[in-house]
Write a protein that binds this ligand. Structure first.
Ligand SMILES: Cc1cc2nc3c(=O)[nH]c(=O)nc-3n(C[C@H](O)[C@H](O)[C@H](O)COP(=O)(O)O)c2cc1C
Length: 339
């Protein structure tokens, strides 16, 4: 009820302005008395994925809290995990504004943020300062100015810095808003990247005495053959997880609507089916060898269930959370698969 009223007001305000305001509010209140405004004590339904026991099956998807500023508040809301980032080695401003657009009638968002973030060192400070014990995944990417053929170094730099502070690390090669990034999803570039990241993981495991799983986040705009090749690479390099999917560049489901033709990635309800299809195909290749985190268009517990049926072990939400608020977390936790 409280969120419904707040949401009506928030939807009248510029999306990025209200996003920043709310994140600032959550940052200040996550550990204060005011957190009662959004706190939810949800029944635990533990599930083991990538060797980690998650308290429930629902997490916050990457991109909402890029700099890890409100982790404690998201814990209070009942999320079982939070994926922060995408973070890059150096701070960068992202694309010019406006760069986030609501398509309200479809419960969708188009964004071309372009990895705006305050850099990996700032994120590490925020991770060190967090008070809650919530499971945190760190989503890493490359700076816009780094040429794609040198992009691997950016991932290695971020990985080295966040490794001691992360429960898992996501390698994001699927954002449509960093030119050339998605080319890392194919052939030799992918094999080379995954191989070097796994070598780095072994090195860091020795150094820090802990194993931090690595997950690859992929796009929904892949052919069956491309999904099959990615799956072979994941298996070959013994990657620990896959996250499917990022936003889509397709617009067929929103054609003709205001903002449909804005450049960027589309998320929310119109993405639901294509993301589920990718999960299903990926699961066909990976079976139970590599777990899949399902994300894309989840707007209800039944959408989450479709992701589990397609083979996902965990789910994440971003756009559905914006349109429905913390109640969606509660609804989904009621349907988490049992350990
Ligand atoms: C405004 C916005 C920013 C995003 N930024 C990132 C990001 O930095 N890194 C990333 O991996 N995904 C990012 N995403 C993608 C989401 O994590 C998610 O994969 C996608 O939106 C599909 O889920 P949804 O339909 O629940 O939103 C972003 C999504 C939105 C809407």
């Amino acid at each position: 009820m409280l969120y419904q009223i707040a949401q009506k007001i928030m939807m009248q305000i510029d999306p990025e302005k209200i996003h920043n305001w709310v994140l600032g509010f959550l940052n200040k209140t996550g550990n204060s008395q005011l957190s009662w405004l959004y706190r939810q004590n949800l029944k635990a339904s533990p599930i083991k994925v990538m060797g980690i026991t998650f308290p429930n099956c629902i997490g916050l998807a990457a991109g909402l809290d890029k700099d890890g500023e409100a982790i404690d508040a998201f814990h209070q809301m009942g999320f079982g995990h939070v994926e922060v980032g995408t973070v890059t080695p150096l701070a960068q401003p992202g694309n010019p504004q406006p760069r986030m657009f609501r398509i309200k009638s479809k419960k969708a968002i188009v964004n071309r943020m372009g990895f705006n973030n305050k850099g990996v060192d700032n994120l590490v400070r925020n991770l060190e300062a967090r008070k809650s014990s919530i499971i945190v995944g760190v989503n890493i990417g490359k700076n816009k100015d780094t040429p794609v053929d040198q992009g691997k170094n950016d991932y290695l730099i971020c990985m080295e810095k966040v490794y001691p502070h992360a429960d898992y690390i996501t390698v994001n090669i699927s954002s449509p808003n960093t030119p050339g990034l998605r080319s890392l999803q194919y052939g030799e570039l992918l094999d080379d990247l995954l191989g070097d990241l796994k070598n780095k993981q072994s090195e860091l495991k020795e150094k820090h005495g802990k194993y931090v799983p690595l997950a690859l986040k992929i796009a929904p705009d892949l052919s069956s053959e491309e999904i099959s090749i990615i799956a072979q690479s994941l298996l070959q390099h013994k990657f620990d997880g896959a996250i499917a999917t990022n936003t889509t560049i397709q617009r067929d489901k929103v054609a003709g609507l205001t903002y449909a033709n804005e450049l960027g990635g589309l998320s929310g309800c119109p993405l639901n089916d294509s993301s589920t299809q990718v999960i299903k195909q990926l699961h066909g290749y990976l079976g139970d060898q590599i777990p899949i985190v399902g994300v894309g268009g989840i707007n209800s517990a039944s959408d989450a269930n479709s992701k589990f049926k397609a083979g996902a072990k965990l789910v994440q939400i971003y756009t559905g959370f914006i349109y429905n608020g913390p109640n969606l977390i509660k609804q989904i936790t009621k349907h988490c698969p049992q350990l």
